[in-house]
Design a protein around this ligand. Structure first.
Ligand code: MRU
Length: 353
């Protein structure tokens, strides 16, 4: 019989947990009404958890995939000994195919693969586990640094709008956009956070609102279509979002609706900040047009809470990310520094530094 799930404290910073030799994920599909941890026993189970949104958010997907490699290698070693690399190959393939847009997934898999290539005929588990844990730890440190750098851009007490969830739940901890908001709130600069609900998965209303409430940061929900109207009332200093992939020219892929929010922000003189670790920057894609945009099932749009609400038989278009052109972004904030009014030259300089 399998060991019971350990008693892990429920907090947004604890969404990805390695405990007693096992990987546990806080099931983000059912937050905040249910707080349930799931144990993952194979690389394929980890890939399914990423695809099915048990874990989501670009850095969190990368960290989880790194632990997936650990589990796949450990199982490969148990079943095939020195033939562990061949035994884990299928798991690596399904991990890489789990979601296409967040480049952190491929970044983390490539980093783990480099270590796999170095390792030989000994048990690979300890070295790979140390690498996955380093990826996790470095992500939290990056978020704390970029959080402070982003907060420094915010002049004074103001309200901000965020979209989707780019918080602790979407990362190793602390968050990117919510990391900036956490740091700015601690500095007395945030009067109010407005969180778009973010159809169809409701990452804003289910996850961002839950996270901010936990930290006593004032949060108000709005439907995605209300953001432009809110801007007409004044008082919004910044739109602050995360990203799934930033192209070499500074174009930003993020949750569908980010582009519309940026258009509205530009129209109303509201500034746009994109907060992301450098593991989200992909210099191999020249512009946003080259970023693969994930399309998910029409049922996600037609249904809500497991209930069909759309007209029976109607079609639905469900791209889950969009691209905001670099020209509409005021600042890209990373742990290596801030890029104001991004372009290809500035992005290359940041990554070379
Ligand atoms: O489909 P999701 O929930 O994985 O999309 C997440 C986002 O779009 C986030 O804004 C992005 O990954 C940045 S998370 C720090």
């Amino acid at each position: 019989m399998e060991a019971p799930i350990p008693n892990i404290p429920i907090h947004a910073d604890n969404a990805i947990v390695w405990c007693d030799g096992h990987l546990y994920l806080l099931d983000q599909r059912i937050l905040p009404l249910q707080t349930v941890f799931i144990r993952l026993n194979t690389g394929a189970e980890v890939a399914n958890a990423i695809r099915d949104m048990v874990v989501r958010g670009a850095p969190a997907i990368g960290i989880t995939a790194a632990f997936g490699v650990v589990i796949a290698a450990r199982n490969g070693w148990a079943s095939a000994g020195r033939g562990w690399k061949a035994a884990m190959a299928a798991d690596l393939a399904v991990l890489a195919a789990s979601r296409p847009t967040a480049v952190n997934l491929f970044w983390a898999l490539a980093r783990m693969q480099r270590l796999v290539d170095e390792l030989g005929g000994e048990d690979p588990t300890p070295r790979l586990l140390a690498e996955a844990q380093a990826i996790h730890k470095e992500d939290i440190a990056a978020n704390r640094t970029l959080g402070d750098l982003g907060a420094a851009l915010i002049a004074g007490p103001t309200a901000v709008i965020t979209h989707c969830n780019a918080g602790a739940l979407a990362t190793g901890g602390y968050g990117t956009a919510l990391g900036v908001i956490r740091s700015a709130h601690a500095a007395g600069k945030i009067q109010q956070v407005y969180a778009d609900e973010t159809r169809p998965w409701l990452q804003g209303s289910r996850l961002t609102a839950w996270e901010l409430q936990q930290d006593n940061i004032p949060v108000t929900l709005l439907i995605d279509g209300a953001a432009a109207s809110l801007m007409t009332q004044g008082g919004i200093g910044w739109v602050i979002v995360g990203s799934d992939r930033i192209a070499a020219n500074g174009d930003v892929a993020n949750k569908i609706g980010t582009y519309g929010l940026a258009v509205a922000a530009r129209h109303h003189g509201v500034k746009v900040m994109v907060a992301a670790p450098t593991s989200t920057i992909d210099l191999s894609v020249a512009s946003g047009a080259d970023i693969p945009i994930e399309s998910r099932a029409a049922a996600e749009v037609l249904c809500c809470g497991g209930k069909q609400l759309g007209a029976p038989g109607v079609e639905a278009w469900n791209p889950v990310f969009d691209v905001t052109p670099a020209s509409m972004v005021d600042a890209i904030v990373t742990e290596r520094g801030v890029v104001l009014r991004p372009n290809a030259k500035k992005m290359a300089k940041l990554m070379a530094g």
